[in-house]
Ligand binder design. Structure first.
Ligand code: NDP
Length: 316
């Protein structure tokens, strides 16, 4: 039930690098943006440890610290950052209408969607525990692979992401076990070829992960071969999960054009969606790059597109 209603010229939904960067630009353009953080303020980066690949931090920075810095920078120029999750949207109305936690209705001249994507996990109890404690479980080889230089690691998945990340890890690590649940891979033929021809990648076909061993850090992974029913322990220190991501776009289904996986379609080279005044930035519209810095760059584009839209419509 709506208890409160409010209007803004620029509503930003989501608080990852894309959302906060959009906020910095929108606030500096005097759009007085309102940003709702979603359930996980700071987004996926708050679940990583060191971030060594965001430009401007020569000594690295932790994911949570980076997100606090981006939030402070957005607030410095007047962004109202609020805790809350968009639960319903009517993007075809004018102004657009968004409901936050079912209770607050925001009407907005422009909406910048930066709701991100969530990595899928296996759901094993020790996977969750070690992931939360930064204990060697990760869904991003490009972000965290560096920490396992010269060590043995395992990666689960058989799609293009898993194949790409296994190849990436093979350049840093001594040995990479690729745990594939079927007897074939979903990845493109070219990626499969690359994986199969990399000497330090060992593919474990028809295999499922039974458990991850280790109190504070990964010490091993128990894998079962489903054709022989035999289990073995891999002595690895890093465990990567690459079984896909789910873009957080459910509430926009049926209104915004999306691909079959739910990634929002944007007009090439911009953040424009099929609805004028609605822009999509960051991982909710990008299944290819998925990096903090590319998300931040697209957040900037979203704010500039919103500003131009408002100027052209005479609203700003
Ligand atoms: P996909 O959905 O394509 O692949 C997911 C993989 O994880 C599948 O092999 C699937 O197995 C496996 N999997 C799913 N659940 C489990 C589970 N519980 N346990 C074990 N394995 C599991 O996701 P991707 O992230 O790889 O790719 C997403 C999209 O992005 C694709 O369209 C891909 O082509 C694209 N992409 C393109 C790239 C490029 O062109 N350079 C790079 C990366 C991604 P199964 O096959 O048995 O279902």
């Amino acid at each position: 039930m709506t208890q409160q209603s409010e209007h803004t010229s620029c509503l930003i939904i989501g608080s990852g690098p894309a959302g906060y960067t959009a906020a910095i630009y929108a606030a500096r353009a005097d759009l007085k943006p309102v940003l709702y953080t979603g359930m996980v303020p700071g987004g996926q980066l708050t679940e990583t440890t060191e971030v060594d690949n965001f430009p401007g931090y020569p000594k690295g920075i932790t994911g949570p610290e980076l997100m606090e810095d981006l939030k402070a920078q957005a607030e410095r120029f007047g962004t109202q950052v609020r805790f809350g999750t968009a639960t319903k949207a009517d993007l075809n109305s004018n102004p657009k209408r968004i409901w936050i936690d079912e209770t607050i209705e925001i009407t907005a001249d422009t909406v910048i969607i930066s709701t991100g994507a969530s990595a899928k996990w296996l759901g094993l109890p020790n996977e969750t525990r070690l992931r939360m404690n930064a204990g060697g479980v990760s869904a991003c080889a490009v972000c965290d692979g560096f920490f396992y230089r010269g060590q043995d690691v395992a990666i689960v998945g058989a799609g293009d992401t898993a194949a790409e990340e296994a190849t990436y890890l093979s350049k840093l690590c001594k040995k990479v076990y690729m745990i594939v649940r079927r007897s074939e891979m979903r990845a493109s033929k070219a990626m499969q070829h690359r994986v199969k021809n990399t000497p330090n990648i060992e593919i474990l076909w028809d295999s499922v992960t039974e458990d991850i061993i280790g109190e504070n850090a990964v010490e091993g992974v128990v894998v079962k071969n489903t054709t022989t029913n035999e289990s073995r322990t891999l002595n690895v220190t890093g465990f990567f999960v690459a079984i896909g991501h789910k873009p957080n776009t459910d509430i926009f289904q049926g209104q915004l054009n999306m691909d079959e996986l739910g990634y929002i379609d944007v007009v090439g080279g911009s953040s424009k969606t099929n609805i004028p005044g609605v822009f999509a930035v960051g991982d909710c519209a990008d299944k290819t790059y998925r990096q903090a810095v590319t998300a931040a760059g697209s957040g900037c584009m979203g704010a500039l597109d919103a500003e131009r839209y408002l100027a052209a419509s005479g609203a700003h």
